[in-house]
Structures are given as structure tokens and as C-alpha cells.
Design a protein around this ligand. Sequence first.
Ligand SMILES: [Zn+2]
Length: 146
Amino acid sequence: MPRRKPRPKHAPAAPAPAVRPEDPCPCGLPAPYAQCCGRFHTGGETAPTAERLMRSRYSAFVARDEPYLLRTWSPATRPRTVDFDPDTRWTGLEILDTIDGTLFHTTGTVAFTARYTHRGEPGALRERSRFEKADGHWLYVDGTFD
Ligand SMILES: [Zn+2]
């Protein structure tokens, strides 16, 4: 009987889907991840508008970047941790509408549809998210589901 291959010693239980720097950015803009949301995730730059923050937070869900999600969350509504459902894979983002949230505003609203599969079943989340700017940084406040 052939011997079974030994298991790798440090295999993670639920590996996060890695987003490589050269991959298309998960947020849907036509730029590689490193030049799009990746530069916000690494802390090199901050998202200039509410929409870019929204996109970068979506990409952070794809990349399972919990520190980025927490530091771009308003302290008033921020959870202690972010739960990533290992059975959910985010498959696309569509921005539907943006109100304010530019360089010249301190609040903004972004409506979007985020598509996913959950255990292979496709689904979509529609949310209208509110953002505010504090110390020059856009933060996610909360959202309502359409
Ligand atoms: Zn992006």
C-alpha cells in the first residue's frame, strides 16, 4: 500500500484567498491591486474619496485584511473584530450611486451591490454606506440594506 503524503505542518485551517500585487484589483477598477486598493491597505496612502474608501474596504474583505477594515471604521461603530465567513467568496463590486464624499466634503454616502458565492450559491448584498472624514481620513460609519 502506498504511503500517504505527510500533511504540511503549518497548513492553515481556512486559507484566505490571496490577492497578489499584480492581480486585477478586486474592486473592479482597471488597475493592478498594488496600484489600486493595495496602496491603501499597506498604509502608503489613504483613500481620497468615500467611494475609493468603499472600494478599498471591499477589496480588504476579499483579501481578509482585518487591520485595514478596523482602522477605516468609525470608532463610534467599529466592532472589536471582523468575522470573515470562510464559506463566502466575494466575486464583484458595483457602485450604484455616490452622494458627496469628495475631497471637499466631510460626509458621504455610497450605494453598492457586492456579489458573492456562499457555498457555491450566488448572492448579492445591496447596501447604502455612510462615511465621514476625520483628521483627513475617510471612515466607514454604518450602512442600511436596500
Ligand atoms: Zn481597487
